[in-house]
Design a binder for this molecule. Structure first.
Ligand code: NDP
Ligand code: MG
Ligand code: MG
Length: 332
């Protein structure tokens, strides 16, 4: 059974008595920096000179310095820059300023798990990863709620690293919703697998294949779009609220019967075998290696895939239809 921690298990004063640097001010960075500040924590944001994010952080009342200055001032350094550049930022701006007793924090275990960053022995290495996008993390905090987080300690130099991680999680509202204890290995491998096989890769491939099947059979793209993409949100909302059970309670008996008999014809034994291969490539580091190589080469394939999807009938149809639904922007 997973170990869960709530507000009463976390002592906010621990993080209030430290100096925190939040490096990066994107999706996660802005949420962490603002909510820690609102929780009475001494925060500075580290960003390069000329970074697009600088003006926004300053407008929101935060003190912004370079990543190196932030790391030098602080004794808790949260790394929230994009994963593929974390090792460069670490080598250039963090490592020279690390002292024994400092803590290095991450929002995802990628660089530690695959050995791109190797912190010195005297430093606590922790993770606090909200299980939701950064903008929701901030909004929930402001509403007095929180997004569940997972927390892990890779290296416990002080013997108090987990208390520190829980205190940090409390500062961003995580312990209001619950914090689950994990390891860097479990978080990294399950996160990569989930986004590739189910949430992003699996879901978009399923939507694309369903849409293409209908359009190739001569049905109107607009009908196919609503059926295969738009309605997915309504179904997922029900799953989120009450599992498969609640979704099946709401749909028709005909849809439920189709769910039971057709689902396994779509996700077949072959698909499940492929999922195992995907997981093995994550575990043995070959996915991480190929992704870093693609990034360092300037993202040639990434941009090719992005362009092809942007020009697809699915996306052009969706863009046109969403424009006619004026309330859609507000929901985002
Ligand atoms: P974003 O891409 O949204 O933001 C990255 C930020 O880093 C930007 O503010 C960018 O500034 C800044 N940056 C770029 N280069 C540097 C540098 N050299 N020094 C300092 N800052 C720099 O990142 P995310 O918030 O999505 O991801 C951050 C981490 O959080 C990752 O480890 C990710 O895996 C993890 N995570 C993300 C989630 C999410 O919701 N997105 C969910 C859970 C974990 P600029 O404006 O100049 O580009
Ligand atoms: Mg991820
Ligand atoms: Mg239907």
């Amino acid at each position: 059974m997973a170990e869960l921690f709530y507000d009463d298990a976390a002592d906010l004063s621990i993080i209030q008595n430290r100096k925190v640097a939040v490096l990066g001010y994107g999706s996660q960075g802005h949420a962490h920096a603002l909510s820690l500040r609102d929780s009475g924590v001494d925060v500075r944001v580290g960003l390069p000179e000329g970074s697009k994010s600088r003006a926004r952080a300053e407008e929101q009342g935060l003190r912004v310095v370079t990543a190196a200055e932030a790391a030098a001032e602080a004794d808790v350094i949260m790394v929230l820059v994009p994963d593929p550049i974390q090792a460069d930022v670490y080598n250039e701006s963090i490592a020279p300023h690390l002292k024994d007793g400092d803590a290095l924090f991450f929002g995802h275990g990628f660089n530690i798990r695959f050995g791109f960053i190797k912190p010195p022995a005297g430093v606590d290495v922790c993770m606090v990863a909200p299980k939701g996008p950064g903008h929701l993390v901030r909004r929930q905090f402001e509403e007095g709620r929180g997004v569940p987080c997972i927390a892990a300690v890779e290296q416990d130099a002080t013997g108090k690293a987990f208390e520190l991680a829980l205190s940090y999680a409390k500062g961003i509202g995580g312990t209001r919703a619950g914090v689950i204890k994990t390891t860097f290995t479990e978080e990294t491998e399950t996160d990569l697998f989930g986004e590739q096989a189910v949430l992003c890769g699996g879901a978009s491939a399923l939507v694309k294949a369903g849409f293409d099947t209908l359009v190739e059979a001569g049905y109107q793209p607009e009908i196919a779009y609503f059926e295969c993409l738009h309605e997915l949100k309504l179904i997922v909302d029900l799953m989120y609220e009450g599992g498969l059970e609640k979704m099946r309670w709401s749909i028709s008996e005909t849809a439920e019967w189709g769910d039971y008999v057709t689902g396994p014809r779509i996700v077949t034994d072959e698909t499940r075998a492929e999922m195992k291969k995907v997981l093995a490539e994550i575990q043995d580091g070959s996915f991480a290696k190929s992704w870093m190589a693609e990034y360092k080469a300037g993202l040639p394939k990434y941009n090719e895939y992005k362009k092809a999807d942007a020009e697809s009938t699915l996306e052009t149809t969706g863009r046109k239809l969403r424009k006619l639904m004026s309330w859609m922007d507000e929901e985002a």
